[in-house]
Write a protein that binds this ligand. Sequence first.
Ligand SMILES: [Zn+2]
Length: 121
Amino acid sequence: MKLQEPLPDAFYFPCTYESLAPFSHPVLVSGYPTCTNAACTIENCSHQDFHQVTSEGYATQASPYLLHYDNNTYQGNSGSPVYLPSYVCVAIHSKGGVTYNQGVKITEEIYNVISYYINLN
Ligand SMILES: [Zn+2]
């Protein structure tokens, strides 16, 4: 999709694949989940009060492709940037769990794919 004009007041996150000692590193997750009411599921939620939710926490574990963190996330948070306090994105939130949440790390390959599409203009 190509926009006909820039979004007003758009904010974007630079991202990095540099190794950043993820253990116990503070990270934030910010997005527009379906609902933050713990009793709701996507199927039964009647609130639909979409608003931006940002959670703070810490990265707890990292593998070559995945990052775990203890931030609270909600249904619909997938696709949210997982970023450092310096607003540099290090992963994309992809899975909510009971004992941890998980994102796909920005690897050099993913970084290059994103850069390729940004530079297609
Ligand atoms: Zn709800």
